[in-house]
Ligand binder design. Structure first.
Ligand code: GLU
Length: 427
């Protein structure tokens, strides 16, 4: 028997199908038991909700939202909630699927989940944003909980929204429940080092990738697509702690180039006073998104959304290393070209796992009501990221494959073992 798409089961969309192809490539190489493979190809639970929000002008607007749990064999589902006008069930299911492998690749006791609301939050007032957040969390309350499914920030969501989620859940169950979401404010059960965690993980894996490629990171040039939480912290840590030179950055408003390297604190301060965008920053020349992605640099960090590196872009990529800060930034066709060009791609499920790793630390601290110091967080995160990179790289060598497939092999191995030992209920 072969692992297959099994009869009339249908992927929620093209992104999910691409994710399934990544999985199938690894499953074949590692000779995965087809019964387990067929189970792991699909999300266990998907919820779509439509809910009303009374807008400031008195109109009632209806919003669509989702929560998907891909697999919970190794523990409660874990994964963020994004607010984006284009999000959909296909995207959220794919992101939940990737969370299962991300948690397993760094060996956290979690399964994978994700959520989303189709909304452009920049068009909402503060009050509308709060009402939308609280109502959405109430709608998905049946799925979440500190031992069931633990949401966190993702694209366009932040600590303030996590505090509203935590309060909403707590009000609904009648007790303060810190462990129901991570990425909360520090004084509300949040963790030291959580805001920087994904960026720090990107920087650590970039440095490990440089080591195995014979590149001196303190002399490396870097281009970063996306200047939100992940992009800006990756830039800051890569430049301040590893000495790399960030020569290009971009966000929704366009890109900037500076061959001398940006002063990242200065750029972050500018962004924060400029409505959250880098457009107009005087110490750089404007460039396009395509120019940034195809720039002659050592390291390229796509840290925005899915499908950034397409086939067309891949043909022109000159970076030696790509570290995927975003989830799913490389298309299937682009991936083939990057492999042929022998570019080392540190895949999303490894490269950006620092965020969920410190989310795990936050959850453990909440459950124990005992909080750790920043040094402990950074030390433990560094250890996990380095160990995971090493395991994935060794697997790449062993199977003579690419880093993404190797990361899947490590992750699938762990989840498959859990499924096998738990058995199928009822037997
Ligand atoms: N949204 C982040 C991710 O894609 C973090 C998830 C979490 O901390 O649970 O990995």
């Amino acid at each position: 028997m072969e692992i297959s798409k099994m009869g009339n089961l249908k992927a929620p969309g093209p992104l999910y199908e691409m994710a399934q192809h990544q999985f199938l490539k690894a499953a074949k190489l590692m000779d995965l038991d087809p019964n387990i493979g067929n189970f792991l190809l699909w999300p266990q639970k998907s919820l779509t909700v439509h809910f009303p929000v009374v807008m400031d002008d008195g109109r009632v607007e209806i919003f669509e939202g989702y929560r998907v749990q891909h697999n919970t064999a190794r523990g409660p589902a874990k994964g963020g909630i994004r607010y984006h006008p284009e999000t959909n069930l296909d995207e959220v299911s794919s992101l939940a699927f990737w969370m299962t492998w991300k948690c397993a690749v760094v060996n956290l006791p979690y399964g994978g989940g994700k959520g989303g609301v189709r909304v452009d939050p920049s068009k909402l007032s503060e009050k509308e944003l709060e009402k939308l957040s609280r109502r959405f969390f109430s709608e998905i309350q049946m799925m979440v909980g500190p031992t069931k499914d633990i949401p966190a920030p993702d694209v366009n969501t932040n600590a303030k929204i996590m505090a509203w989620y935590m309060d909403t859940f707590s009000m609904n169950v009648g007790q303060t429940t810190l462990g129901v979401v991570t990425g909360k404010p520090l004084d509300l059960g949040g963790s030291e080092g959580r805001p920087e965690a994904t960026g720090r993980g990107v920087a650590i894996t970039a440095s490990e990738a440089c080591n195995v490629s014979g590149i001196d990171i303190s002399k490396a040039t870097v281009a970063i697509q996306g200047f939100g939480n992940v992009g800006s912290f990756s830039a800051k840590i890569l430049s301040e702690e590893y000495g790399a030179k960030i020569v290009a950055v971009s966000d929704v408003s366009g890109g900037l180039y500076n061959p001398e390297g940006f002063d990242i604190d200065d750029l972050i301060a500018y962004r924060d006073q400029n409505g959250g965008i880098i457009k107009g920053y005087p110490k750089g020349t404007p460039i396009t998104n395509e120019e940034l992605l195809t720039m002659n640099v050592d390291i390229l960090v796509p840290a925005a959304l899915e499908n950034a590196i397409t086939e067309k872009i891949a043909n022109d990529v000159k970076a030696k290393i790509i570290v995927e800060g975003a989830n799913g930034p490389t298309t299937e066709e682009a991936e083939k070209i990057l492999i042929e060009k022998d570019i080392l791609v540190v895949p999303d499920i490894l490269a950006n796992a620092g965020g969920v790793t410190v989310s795990y630390f936050e959850w453990v601290q909440d459950l124990q009501s005992h909080f750790w110091e920043i040094e402990d967080i950074r030390r433990k995160l560094t250890k996990i990221m380095k160990r995971s990179f090493g395991e994935v790289f060794a697997t790449k060598q062993k199977y003579n494959t690419d880093m993404r497939t190797a990361a899947y092999i490590v992750a699938i191995g762990r989840v498959a073992e859990a499924v096998k030992k738990r058995g199928y209920f009822p037997m």
